[in-house]
Design a binder for this molecule. Structure first.
Ligand code: ARG
Length: 584
């Protein structure tokens, strides 16, 4: 598409029009052409000529029989384009010969920090954290593939009032523990006094109580302040809570195929909050407002009011925003971040707008660019945010088990992998379940809400991860059969039929799909492309019977084509964080 666009841009320029009119897109009407250029209409105004005349002049200027099989004008001046089969096969051959499928690395590699996941220690995870993890992981993989230096940071919520609540709750349950004895001089026990299950049970109990019981609320708040001021027993307890949570989170995320590079948390920035606030104050951009210290960030052009960022609340405590500012400062200072991407729920858009402005105004962000990549909610069928358990508790473990169980069920119904050992079947079911979950999430335009429908997500037909796994595995099986018969892949020949031509055209669009997904930070482009490729592949199978083909050169070409399809699917699914089984 790039090559075509360059040719058309040059043609428009030659006619004295702007090169921007040379844009080429995939055709909306494949029966008329493979590509189209709609620039003649726009250029005609600038040139003072009839659009169809401009279109004809462009066609005359680009004419190149080696490249174009057909150039026609439709309607008011659309140019329909077909390229020659030789060129199309050549593009596929070039991709097949390249270990990166002819996708260049970026010419300007950047240090990119992706802030995603963001679960809160000892507090239940919710779908916002799940979505953030899945989308963030795809963004990390995509940017890394393009050659950027990427660090994914989980940015744990490990410093909020939930920590004080848990300390207070434990002090009621086990008051004789040394952590609560202000005179205790240590050392504190190495083993935590509670288990993760205890914490999961304690949190809803105390947070429920705090809603009704003012005394409990104050005590929890006080414990939080003491913790943050460094009371040794509370710090030691906090460390236990944090370690327990991190161990569970690491294990569960690993099963999800998501491994964060950095396990920093809000607590990491605590020591910087006070001095940073002082520095901002010294720059004269922080002002007192009703006892609080704020930075005004509203701008003339704002369409809606943007409230000031509160650095210090009237009780002197720092805020979520203050921590985020200190985090930006650290990322710029220690990692020299060029770009920081925040994959966080769209309900936090205002927060990030405020923080980014305050970071720029105070000079904290330096030359780094910051972007919030918001996403919508994953809802249950009741239209409310999805939950895996009563009481709003979502444990990744539960979710993974649920997806795997459902995958087993679909596999049974579709008679997939039933003849394999139980061990292999379990492994496949886990992969099918994770593919289903991730694809169902990533296929949506990031900002949209969607409904969690586990039965549909795991189906082997339609736009699902299972369907794509099946497509990839089917190629693997064909290639295995070919290898058994000593059939090798050969030179990719020009297509022999429309279905093969369409498959090649689809294959050739990979670089655009990846570039668009990265530019827009929108993984759904990868999902849509993978699905289209899968569809083109099915149509090809119906028309062309690889293993029965008598013409050896043709058969060898098809095997090369299948290898290319498989490599594209592997790349795409890999970028989505989806693992493909060897067989199914
Ligand atoms: N822990 C936060 C929450 O649960 C998400 C953190 C997002 N990242 C950030 N840098 N603020 O809402």
């Amino acid at each position: 598409m790039e090559t075509l666009a360059a040719r058309f841009a040059a043609a428009f320029e030659k006619l004295g029009a702007d090169s921007k009119f040379g844009q080429v897109t995939l055709s909306q009407r494949p029966e008329l052409g493979q590509f189209q250029c709609n620039g003649a209409m726009g250029a005609s105004k600038a040139l003072g000529q009839k659009p169809r005349d401009v279109a004809q002049a462009v066609i005359d200027a680009v004419a190149d029989p080696a490249l174009f099989a057909e150039l026609t004008i439709a309607g008011p001046g659309f140019i329909n384009i077909r390229i020659t089969d030789d060129v199309l096969a050549g593009v596929c051959a070039r991709m097949a010969a390249s270990d990166r499928l002819a996708i260049a690395k970026t010419a300007s590699p950047q240090t990119v920090i992706v802030d995603y996941g963001g679960p809160n220690v000892a507090k239940p995870m919710h779908v916002g954290h799940l979505r953030s993890s899945i989308i963030g992981d795809a963004i990390v993989r995509l940017f890394r593939f393009l050659g950027h230096d990427v660090k994914g940071d989980i940015h744990l919520g490990d410093w909020g009032t939930q920590m004080g609540m848990l300390i207070f709750e434990l002090s009621n349950r086990q008051p004789s523990l040394p952590y609560f004895d202000a005179n205790f001089t240590g050392p504190y026990p190495e083993e935590p006094p509670v288990t993760m299950d205890d914490l999961q049970q304690m949190y809803p109990a105390i947070s429920g109580r705090c809603k009704e019981d003012e005394e409990a609320r104050h005590a929890s708040q006080a414990a939080t302040v003491e913790l943050q001021q460094g009371r040794p027993g509370y710090r030691a307890l906090w460390q236990h809570f944090r370690d327990l949570s991190i161990a569970e989170l690491k294990a569960d995320f690993h099963r999800l195929g998501i491994d964060f590079d950095l396990w920093y948390g809000e607590s990491n920035y605590d020591a910087r909050l006070a001095p940073m606030v002082e520095e901002i104050k010294a720059k004269g951009i922080a002002v007192e407002d009703d006892g609080a210290l704020v930075v005004h960030v509203a701008e003339e052009a704002d369409k809606k009011p943007i409230p000031p960022v509160i650095l210090l609340k009237s009780d002197g405590g720092a805020n979520y925003a203050t921590t985020d500012l200190a985090t930006i400062e650290q990322r710029v200072r220690d990692f020299h971040a060029d770009l920081i991407l925040y994959v966080v729920d769209k309900r936090q858009s205002l927060h990030f707008e405020q923080v980014f402005r305050a970071a720029a105004k105070s000079g904290i962000s330096g030359n780094a660019r910051m972007e919030h990549l918001p996403f919508g909610t994953m809802n249950g069928k009741d239209g409310r945010p999805f939950k895996t358990r009563e009481g709003g508790v979502m444990r990744l473990k539960d979710l993974i088990e649920m997806m795997t169980r459902e995958a087993h069920q679909r596999m049974l119904e579709a008679n997939v992998a039933q003849e394999y050992s139980e061990e292999e079947r379990n492994e496949i079911a886990q992969k099918v379940g994770m593919a289903a979950l991730k694809y169902a999430d990533l296929m949506n335009v990031r900002t949209a809400d969607y409904v969690f429908d586990i039965e549909r997500f795991t189906k082997f037909e339609g736009r699902t991860g299972s369907y794509l796994l099946y497509a990839a595995v089917r190629i693997k099986s064909i290639l295995r059969k070919a290898a058994e018969r000593n059939l090798a892949a050969g030179t990719i020949l020009p297509p022999s039929c429309d279905e093969e031509r369409a498959l090649m055209l689809a294959l050739s669009q990979l670089p655009e799909a990846i570039a668009t997904a990265a530019q827009q930070r929108m993984p759904h482009h990868l999902c849509a492309f993978a699905f289209d490729l899968g569809q083109a592949l099915s149509r090809f199978y119906n028309a062309c019977h690889i293993m029965d083909e008598k013409d050896a050169a043709r058969q060898a070409s098809w095997l090369a084509l299948m290898t290319l399809v498989l490599r594209e699917l592997e790349l795409l699914l890999g970028l989505l964080g989806i693992e493909i089984p060897e067989r199914m």
